[in-house]
Design a binder for this molecule. Structure first.
Ligand code: NCD
Length: 542
């Protein structure tokens, strides 16, 4: 009989979608049971809580009581930091805090070296907040590598406690838990307004996948244009089937009738804003601050939420609201400790054994992006270099086919030559016009005498200019003809990099993180660390 596996054990939580909907719902159900036990007067209260406590010698523990949890906050925090510390204390295990200013990080040590060292001291779970984006993802990869090579006794798990403007998955856990509580655990619908700095606010970015626990999702995005939700998150929300409406200000929102009963306020993230936005902060604020005169516009049973902190001088939800029934942000904040207790319980392997749903599927990346076409089935085509037929070499055809302007194709062809290191060969570039569709252009690269292209060169060429056709010619015959499309996964290629300066993989941080991109159905290449989308031309450093 195969031993039952705990799917939560040793899992990292870097973004909301690292857990499946079934797994998230399991955590919410456990959170509900825990909260009931926490507030119960029953004499069995301690027994009930013990079901969740990592170190519980009374339950015939299978866990190592010496295992440790570390938190490391490279960016300031009150709620996430202290609810995590309180959650760790609940578990009666070793808990330590890392002080970046006193560590070798200040001697230019990398994140990977630092955290693999701490993992070697029997610390199994790390709760990390950074300014840089994608740090936990990178550490998860590194931790798996070290563990599989026997350099670590245990596989460490990394919990993202907020990374730059990217994601804040544990906040999403407690937010969704609070919404569910307020919905009487009904998962059929949610209508929510997200208000404030939707551009830099990582808590609202995590809602793009997190809110999928509800069957029907309506989201009203209320923010001045300059700090509206980024395009790629909008795209994902629509793909997830969310109904989206966009408003420029609260004035505009409350002037119409379909007002959400759940309203989630955020603060302008001044520390992440550029000078341009800072200059107009007062005008922006005015559009997202709740004012007394809006009170009579709110439907019955409207609840306000806020991840906090709020600015003590210019809060988006002013203090006069605190004593009103619409204040659900106080409860939301307390739920932070509960859901972080549950998360640690699951990742340690204390709970999770009774989970029966679906987990996150292992991604499969097809390698059919290089399709060989039998040259015999093709109309025999003779490529010419100037007036002479090409006897030997390589011809790359259909580059940027369909472009309406020849000029960008010329520039692009030079880039392709450079990126592929083709400039070492003699040859020529050509921009041609389609006979069938006049006004539609394409680029061609001729490389007479170039040696045949290896599969790894074809793979690189696919990532540079997917859509082209490669003809490898020998003795006047096309010996191999291949149609290339953009690879589903682009990695292991020199010269590629994420354009997001705040990404851990960005070359300026010298963390030696290998770049990797996943191609989305819309053709955008998304960085696996920070989720920034790129068009294929943007992933190249030159
Ligand atoms: C949020 C954060 O850090 O992203 N706060 C939190 O974790 N409770 C929101 C914010 O800082 O505005």
């Amino acid at each position: 009989m195969s031993e039952k596996k705990n799917l939560f054990k040793e899992r990292s939580f870097c973004i909301s979608s690292d857990f499946s909907l079934d797994e998230l719902n399991y955590l919410f159900d456990k959170g509900k049971a825990f909260k009931e036990a926490w507030f119960s007067n029953s004499p069995k209260r301690q027994n009930l809580l013990s079901e969740f406590r990592i170190n519980n010698p009374h339950l015939g523990d299978y866990l190592d009581p010496d295992f440790g949890i570390y938190d490391a906050f490279f960016e300031n925090s009150t709620r996430t930091d202290h609810s995590s510390k309180n959650a760790a204390l609940f578990h009666h295990i070793n808990h330590l805090s890392f002080d970046p200013s006193k560590s070798s990080i200040s001697k230019s040590e990398s994140y990977a070296d630092t955290f693999m060292t701490l993992a070697g001291y029997n610390n199994r779970i790390f709760i990390i907040r950074t300014k840089l984006e994608g740090v936990c993802k990178w550490l998860e990869i590194k931790g798996e590598e070290f563990y599989s090579q026997g350099k670590l006794e245990f596989k460490p798990a990394f919990i993202n406690a907020g990374d730059g403007k990217h994601e804040h998955p544990t906040q999403e856990l407690l937010d969704d838990f609070t919404f569910l509580e307020d919905n009487n655990w009904d998962r059929s619908n949610i209508h929510i307004a997200l208000i404030g700095d939707l551009l830099h606010g990582r808590t609202v970015h995590s809602k793009v996948e997190g809110l999928k626990i509800f069957n029907n999702v309506e989201v009203d995005l209320i923010a001045p244009d300059i700090i509206q939700m980024p395009e790629h998150y909008l795209f994902k929300m629509k793909k997830n089937g969310f109904k989206i409406r966009i408003f420029e200000s609260l004035d505009e929102y409350y002037a119409q009738k379909h007002i959400a009963q759940k309203q989630y306020f955020t603060r302008p993230q001044l520390e992440r804003m550029g000078d341009e936005i800072i200059k107009i902060q007062n005008t922006l604020r005015d559009k997202i601050i709740f004012k007394k005169e809006f009170l009579n516009k709110l439907p019955e049973n409207t609840y306000f939420y806020h991840p906090f902190p709020r600015h003590r001088e210019h809060p988006t939800i002013p203090e006069f609201l605190d004593t009103m029934p619409l204040n659900h942000y106080s409860k939301q904040s307390s739920n932070g400790k509960i859901m972080r207790i549950i998360l640690l319980s699951a990742i340690s392997g204390k709970i999770g054994w009774d989970f029966e749903g679906e987990t996150v599927p292992v991604p499969h990346y097809s390698d059919s992006f290089i399709k060989d076409i039998n040259p015999d089935n093709q109309k025999s085509k003779v490529y010419k270099e100037g007036i002479n037929p090409l006897e030997n070499g390589v011809v790359i055809d259909h580059i940027n086919s369909g472009e309406k302007d020849p000029y960008p194709i010329w520039n692009y062809l030079i880039k392709v030559m450079d990126r592929m290191d083709f400039t070492k060969y003699k040859g020529s570039i050509h921009v041609g016009e389609s006979k069938k569709n006049p006004g539609s252009f394409k680029g061609i690269i001729f490389l007479p005498k170039a040696k045949t292209l290896s599969d790894s060169e074809l793979k690189k060429l696919s990532a540079i200019t997917g859509g082209c056709t490669v003809n490898q010619i020998k003795d006047n015959k096309i010996e191999r003809k291949s149609k290339l499309s953009i690879p589903p996964r682009t990695y292991g290629i020199k010269g590629i990099g994420c354009k997001n300066i705040n990404c851990i993989s960005h070359e300026s941080h010298i963390q030696n993180v290998p770049s990797e991109f996943i191609t989305e159905p819309n053709g955008k290449m998304t960085c696996i660390y920070c989720d920034t989308p790129h068009i294929s031309n943007e992933i190249w450093r030159k």
